[in-house]
Design a protein around this ligand. Structure first.
Ligand code: 4G4
Length: 258
């Protein structure tokens, strides 16, 4: 997967992509990230990339010329006719499903805005998709682009470890992940749930499923509601088990009565 990021702060992108799992993916040749400086394309003699808004108002707007030239140059050098994605608060909100969709592409151009945003003619004529990482405002699109690079990259084969289908869980199941613990068994008097130390795999699995449901219900009621409506298989499994245990308990109680 190749990401080309159009930005006035290429160092932010380069720095981010040199580290951790993304950095390793780059080193292994699984990801490539090209941070292109929009300012390198300006024809303005003072290297300006912004101007005052028509109609008046606060702040500055990024101008068409350097962005059109940058996008045209990047596209002309590519064999894959990459989609241009504009990171903006006006975009559709990013989801795990959208990341999975983007991970199918061979190359993406991520356009980062600053100031009050970009001249609308860029959005109308160059941008294929407007994406937001959430309903809040940032000073620039770079952090949002880094979120996309990170979220897409971890879905690519070989970036995390051998099989990333297993790491996809929480959003594949439509539920939150179960809690995790590691050594030591006792830290400042806080212990690890007994069942996890038992080695009883069926009970551990049961406990984890119950935790996923309970956590989702309390921490993300919106997500839980969706899961119930979608006949979530884990919820169905746990409910069936509870029903079975209850009917067994009732039979035991009625035997004692006789
Ligand atoms: C486009 C228009 C993305 C881009 C205006 C970018 C939040 C997100 C920007 C702006 C961004 C997001 C300067 C307000 C850059 N903020 N939620 N800022 N602003 O994905």
């Amino acid at each position: 997967m190749k990401f080309t990021v159009l930005t006035i702060f290429p160092e932010m992108i380069q720095e981010f992509c040199a580290h951790s799992i993304i950095g390793r993916g780059v080193d292994r040749g699984l990801i490539s990230v090209d941070a292109v400086n929009i300012r390198d394309f300006t024809e303005d003699k003072h290297l300006k990339v912004d101007d005052t808004p028509y109609g008046g108002g606060d702040g500055m707007v990024m101008t068409c010329q350097p962005i059109f030239d940058a996008v045209e140059q990047v596209k002309s050098e590519s064999e894959h006719s990459p989609k241009v994605i504009y990171m903006s608060p006006q975009g559709s909100v990013l989801t795990q499903g959208k990341l999975r969709q983007l991970a199918e592409e061979q190359e993406l151009i991520l356009l980062c805005g600053h100031y009050e945003g970009i001249d609308e003619r860029v959005i109308e004529n160059l941008v294929d998709e407007e994406l937001s990482i959430g309903d809040y405002v940032l000073t620039g699109g770079e952090l949002a682009a880094m979120v996309v690079i990170d979220g897409v990259s971890r879905l690519l084969p070989g970036v995390l470890h051998s099989d990333n289908s297993s790491v996809e869980e929480s959003h594949e199941t439509g539920l939150l992940e179960y809690p995790q613990y590691t050594k030591p068994e006792n830290f400042r008097g806080m212990s690890v749930p007994e069942v996890l130390l038992s080695g009883h795999h069926a009970n551990i699995e049961k406990w984890r499923q119950e935790q996923m449901i309970e956590r989702t219900r309390t921490k993300r009621p919106d997500m839980y509601q969706r899961a119930v409506e979608d006949n979530n298989s884990i919820i169905a499994q746990v409910n069936a088990r509870i029903a079975k245990e209850q009917s067994r308990a009732r039979r035991r109680a009625s035997r004692k009565d006789k």
